[in-house]
Structure formats: structure tokens, C-alpha cells
Ligand binder design. Sequence first.
Ligand code: AP5
Length: 215
Amino acid sequence: MFIGPPGVGKGTQAERLAAAQGIAKISTGDVLRAAVRHGTPLGRQAKAFMDSGALVPDELVIGMLAERLKADDTKSGYLLDGFPRTLPQAEALETMLVSRGERLDRAVAFEAAADVIVARLSGRRGCPACGKVYHVTNDPSSRGTMCGGCGTALTQRDDDREETIRKRLTVYERETAPVLSYYQARGVLTTLDGTAPIDQVAARVETALGGRRSA
Ligand code: AP5
């Protein structure tokens, strides 16, 4: 599982690691944004919370994750990105894992200073078609303002405005930081500095996971 403040690079590293390991990446932010895009009942309930930088209520997100875990692609392991974000979510995950006969290998917590995070999120661009994420200077698309993979025009997330980013950081400190202690107490937490180029952070993740890069 990857945990950390908004914009610290969880999604970027999760994409790489899941591809290298050949396992499913489950990003609750991505699942929620897809629900909003498709106008599902969950998406309609979640949208206002997400736009304001607040967390979506636990019961909605926990139910969503329980559904997602039923898919076949979770059978050979999976990487959670952005879940759990509250203590009730961590406890619900524990219950789900026990009932599935699984255990959490490791919780990797990424850290970066607030000014680094604001710069990263302000420059983030994403592809609405294939989901690939770029940064205007740190990780630009080979095709400028179009996706290097599929050629679709890149867009900026609604919650990547500076005032919403600050709110998300406050919410992280209040709601999610306690989750770190939960995993620390269980001896599965590794904290790493996310303030380095993407390849260097990927190498730190590999070390944190004991050098496992491929399945
Ligand atoms: P979510 O989508 O999970 O957002 P987040 O946690 O705020 O994280 P981000 O996606 O913003 O950042 P990231 O750490 O993945 O960074 P990235 O790799 O993109 O959640 C959105 C909303 O959904 C929440 O606010 C909430 O409302 C709701 N939600 C989701 N899960 C929930 C839950 N469990 N419970 C309740 N509500 C939930 O990188 C950022 C930028 O930096 C990119 O442009 C990237 O190219 C660049 N970058 C990445 N790494 C580096 C690096 N090492 N050096 C330089 N640039 C880098």
C-alpha cells in the first residue's frame, strides 16, 4: 500500500511498480473520478467532497473498495494507492484482508514538503482517455500538451487549484497522518523521502520492498 500527502508521487510510483510486478493497481482516487465521469450514484455523492478537497465518507469508499476487490485481477496480489486514508478505513481493510485470507506486505509512506507538493500538483496534467499522468516540467509528455501515449489533449484536475491543494494537505494531516501510526505499530510501515527525481524515488521504493521489482 502507498500512503502519503496529495501530490507526493504515490500514483506515479504505483503505476510503475504495478506494471513491473504485473499486479493490479487500485487507486481509490481514480475509481472515484471514473464514477464522477460516468455519473453513477457513487460519483454523484462523491463529487462535492472531492471538488472541495475533503475526503469522501468512509462508508462510500469502503463499500467501493470491497466491490473492487471482487475483480479477478486481485487474485495474484494488488497495490493500494490512496486507501486507507482514515483509521476506520484501515480497520475495515484489516477485516477485508482477514476474510480474504490475505495480509498486508508493506505500507510505504512518502514524504515531501508542502511547497514541493504545491509545485507538483500545480504542474500536473493527465490524459482523460488513458489516465497517464505527466508534469509540465518534471515529467513532460513527448507530445507537449497532448498525451505521449494516445494523443488525447491533456487536462488539469479540478482539485489541483492552489486553495484546494492547501485544504487537501490540512485534511491529510488531520485524517490520514494517524493511519501511519496504525501501521507503524504493526511493524509494516516504511517511510521514504519522495523529494527526488522519479527514478530515484522508484529505487527507494524497490529498496523499501526488499528489492522485489518483478513478480
Ligand atoms: P487521489 O486521487 O488519491 O489524490 P491524492 O491522494 O490527493 O493524491 P494525488 O493523486 O493528488 O497525488 P499523488 O501522490 O498520486 O501524486 P502523483 O503521482 O500524481 O484522491 C483525490 C480525492 O479523492 C481526495 O481528495 C478525496 O476526496 C477522494 N479520495 C480518494 N481516496 C479516498 C479515500 N481512501 N477516502 C476518502 N476519500 C478519498 O504526482 C503529482 C505530480 O508530481 C505529477 O504531475 C507527477 O508527474 C509529478 N511527480 C511525481 N513524482 C515526482 C518526483 N519524484 N519528482 C518530480 N515530480 C514528480
